[in-house]
Design a protein around this ligand. Structure first.
Ligand SMILES: Cc1cc2nc3c(=O)[nH]c(=O)nc-3n(C[C@H](O)[C@H](O)[C@H](O)COP(=O)(O)O)c2cc1C
Length: 216
């Protein structure tokens, strides 16, 4: 299938508040499924640890699963034309399609996202308007370096804009200094960081519920 990239991003700055009391028994208030994606493949990843913390901090009615990128081959247009999508890619794209929203934890490698994350997003972007990531609500967070992945997060926003994702703009969750934030078992124990993630997830929830209102 020829390349069909999305154009014109839709980052979300101001969100109309959804009044839960008016929608309690409607599809708008049904549970929200979020797919967590970590840009780090390593076992002791702090970014994957942030996703585990998010599972714990999710608001009522939100469930967060975590995808693995370790099995995804490098994207190659020739292979895609000749063999279609391998099983790992089909599973990854289905997990995205089934989720109401994405939560992406991005490390910073050489001032940008990791190759693993970019590769995964390249696979997920195939199909243009029918790509599973197209128009998906998403939130970003990251641990790393002195600036807490700010440059990586900017690059990630650009990539997501190309695919029309609706990305939470505030709060920005930029976490540094592992020793002060995680315990020896990689649990996130820093109260302010935990609170930021809580607020990030509430902002993500708001986008999903607003979309549901809009599509009623
Ligand atoms: C190839 C490579 C490049 C890196 N480049 C940067 C960088 O540009 N900026 C930064 O703050 N940290 C950089 N780092 C450090 C990572 O951000 C840090 O190791 C981080 O903990 C990785 O995330 P993880 O714990 O989830 O694997 C780099 C690490 C590697 C391996």
């Amino acid at each position: 299938m020829p390349y069909q990239g999305g154009a014109g991003g839709k980052e979300t700055a101001v969100l109309p508040v959804v009044d839960a009391s008016q929608h309690e028994s409607t599809p708008i208030m049904e549970p929200i499924s979020v797919l967590g994606i970590s840009g780090s493949l390593r076992r002791e990843s702090r970014n994957t640890a942030l996703l585990r913390a998010a599972q714990d901090l999710a608001p009522d009615g939100m469930k967060i699963g975590i995808a693995t990128l370790n099995d995804l081959p490098m994207y190659n247009w020739d292979d895609e034309q000749e063999h279609g999508h391998p099983d790992s890619v089909v599973a990854f794209r289905s997990a995205i399609a089934d989720a109401d929203a994405l939560l992406i934890a991005t490390p910073e490698y050489n001032y940008s996202v990791t190759g693993a994350l970019k590769n995964a997003l390249d696979w997920a972007s195939r199909g243009g308007p029918d790509a599973p990531i197209n128009d998906k609500p998403a939130a970003i967070l990251g641990f790393g370096g002195r600036l807490g992945t700010s440059r990586s997060q900017e690059h990630l926003r650009l990539i997501l804009r190309h695919n029309n994702l609706q990305v939470v703009t505030s709060p920005e969750v930029l976490i540094t200094m592992a020793d002060q934030k995680f315990d020896d078992d990689l649990n996130l124990v820093h109260d302010r960081s935990r609170d930021q993630i809580r607020r990030l997830l509430l902002a993500l929830e708001e986008i999903v519920r607003r979309d549901r209102v809009a599509s009623q």
